[in-house]
Design a protein around this ligand. Sequence first.
Ligand code: PLP
Length: 410
Amino acid sequence: MPSFVTHLESALDGSSLPADVPQSMHKDRPLWVRYDLAAVGRHLRKSDLRDRAPNMWRYRELLPIPDGMVPVTLGELQTPLTVCNRLARQVGLERLWIKDESQLPTGSFKARGLAMALTMAQHFGIRRVALPSAGNAGGAAAAYAARAGIEAFVFMPHDTPVVNIYESRLAGAKTFLVNGLINDCGRIVREGKQAMGWFDLSTLKEPYRIEGKKTMGLELAEQFQWRLPDVILYPTGGGTGLIGMWKAFQELRHLGWLETERMPRLVSVQSSGCAPIVKAYDAGQRFAEPFANANTIASGIRVPVAVGDFMILDAVRESDGCAIAVDESEITPCMQRVCALEGIPLCPEAAACVAALDALRANNWIRTDDRVVIFNTGAAQKYVEAIRADLPSIDLRQPLDWDRIAIGQP
Ligand SMILES: *Cc1c(COP(=O)(O)O)cnc(C)c1O
């Protein structure tokens, strides 16, 4: 089974770089992986997919896995696309789905990108990797590095959700807490390259994580019978998910696999506590300014500086989408509301998308008959800080009071 990769391409200026050696960036900006799509089209028909296992590797011809290589995997099954009729009714939509990425290994969509990145790291014989993470990337990198037999270093802001900190250490990564933000952690990784000889796995600083994330778009298209929804709400931090999905749709269009010319409008969702992309979008800029004093409970989107800012903004604009910040105070109530309504525990990042949906319904940017998909990028259960609640207790020395129990009161 051949790899159809032809080369890597600078997202900034289109320069071509060879794909047969490890690469990171070009002029400090990310690289696209390019394929011979005509050859992919001759080799693979979409009907061939029917006989393949329901996981992200079923799109192998559209991934950079080299000839004969067995991917580094923890069992990344296709994630459910769940119809949400109660939530749809509540927001005045005919059709609404949640694509539940929390069911992937390590509980977030980060598994897709890091499975792919560690597969390529193993292929290139890389022995040591490092990355900054303020959330789920650390645990996913640690787990896939363990799986690949590669040493991992993870640098996390001191206020990273505790489960993320411990899961990374549990998987054997050398994990450090830093009294700064994710970009400070990123600097440690950059500065340590010479002395430590590690490969930088930061978001978009190597080309392959995006290819793993791309499978979200491929999978969504297949689940929608190649017709694609009208609107996709996606929480945006570093932007790989949104960029990867947009790349997937372009490649599918090139292959002629889509049943429609119409592309989904991509909505990039951020929090008022950290909204550099929304600020740049509103100002009509292609590059974003660093966002000062970034702070949000949705740690996955607490990214004040993104190297792929222009790629996010390009995708949003090309798709006729928009970028929107929701008030930080809306996030935890939305987690509670959707889980109680649909039984799906949304991570804070996805809960922000629900608040964005409310706003975009209110001004009718999203219409009643739009087919809308929200990505639940991670598991709420990993955010102990956000789901903690004071619960009524029952004192066994007192008689049971059924009237109070009926209304959930102590
Ligand atoms: C990392 C992360 C995000 C942001 O993803 P990007 O693709 O880097 O923008 C959103 N939600 C969760 C749960 C995350 O872990």
